[in-house]
Design a protein around this ligand. Structure first.
Ligand code: PEP
Ligand code: MG
Length: 325
């Protein structure tokens, strides 16, 4: 399917019944940016910023970050780029930050939790992002949100950075959309409340699955439980999408599930607005979306949520949409 889909990689993902879905890429450096454009991505749904902090011995300065973000934003012109603030901890360790060892780092002071207590890390990143976003289509996203108050606290720090930049006479991006990753079950459960605090959600199925199934995503012994096709995960995804839409907010997905061909009909049926994946998957997923009827996929998704296992669900999708298998 990939060869055939490459021919149409740069065409929109318009479903048979005329629903326009956004297909964007997950990237972690400027090479990923170029590969996204070549593969027909319509922007970036997840810019992982950890790359700037790895393989070095000190924090990157605001200026270094500004240059790196601007170089990436420049590749995309006016296409949207969702920059995710630093997500360290869990499986992503950075020795020079002086973080104390934790007995369970996946449940510890990870990502936004760390940033909120370390303004020396958080503020230079936010300032760099605000500066880099001038005249570009930048969106900022906070990872590992568990509660609404964390979102409000993060937004406060962002506003402080904006006020500082203005006072220093430095241009900064105005009116940018602010979103969160929904990747912790608590956030999914109160998605109706969180939707009031943000402009968009992006569902992180890698962590959402890990925390919902209580199965460490790096532990091969529980790999069979680390499967986002479990109905427990899919039902949460439905709750998240419905809660966002009830507040007129859009919902993307940047976890691995968004780039799984067998998940495409399900996610389309659940109403997902934006699919973000590794660049090489973009042409295939676009092609599948163009071959589906969004309205018909609603019934498929309803049925899928009643099944019990990932295997049953995948078999059912293959049966209903044979050209994907
Ligand atoms: C996720 O958790 O689904 C996600 C996209 O974030 P990461 O894989 O970087 O934790
Ligand atoms: Mg995650």
């Amino acid at each position: 399917m990939r060869d055939a889909s490459m021919k149409h990689a740069h065409e929109a993902a318009l479903t048979l019944d005329g629903r326009q879905v956004e297909v964007v890429a997950n990237i972690g450096n400027v090479e990923g940016a170029h590969s996204s454009v070549q593969n027909g991505a319509e922007g970036v749904g997840l810019l992982r910023t950890e790359f700037l902090y790895l393989e070095r011995s000190t924090l990157p300065t605001e200026e270094e970050q500004y240059q790196a973000y601007r170089a990436i934003l420049d590749v995309f012109g006016q296409m949207p780029v969702v920059l995710r603030t630093l997500d360290v901890g869990g499986d992503k360790e950075i020795p020079y930050m002086g973080l104390e060892a934790e007995s369970n780092s996946f449940l510890g002071q990870r990502a936004l939790r760390l940033c909120l207590v370390r303004p020396d890390i958080f503020k230079p990143q936010l300032r760099a992002a605000l500066r880099a976003g001038v005249d570009r289509n930048l969106k900022i996203m906070f990872p590992m949100v568990a509660t609404a108050s964390e979102v409000r606290d993060a937004r406060k720090v962002l506003e402080e950075c904006r006020a500082e930049l203005r006072a220093e006479g430095k241009p900064c991006a105005e009116n940018i959309e602010i979103g969160i990753m929904v990747e912790i079950p608590s956030a999914a459960v109160v998605a109706d409340q969180l939707a009031k605090e943000v402009d968009f959600f992006s569902i992180g199925t890698n962590d959402l699955c890990q925390y919902t199934m209580a199965a460490d995503r790096t532990n091969p012994k529980v790999a069979s439980l680390s499967n986002a096709f479990y109905p427990a995960v899919l039902r949460l995804i439905k709750m998240i999408i419905d809660a966002a839409h009830a507040e007129d907010k859009w919902v993307g997905m940047c976890g691995e599930l968004a780039g799984e061909p067998l998940a495409t009909p399900i996610l389309l049926g659940l109403g997902l607005d934006e699919f973000s994946m590794s660049p090489p998957m973009v042409p295939t997923v676009k092609q599948i979306l163009r071959s589906l009827n969004a309205e018909e996929m609603k019934a498929l998704a309803d049925k899928v949520l009643q099944l019990e296992t990932p295997q049953e669900i995948q078999e059912f999708v293959k049966e209903q949409v044979p050209f994907i298998a």
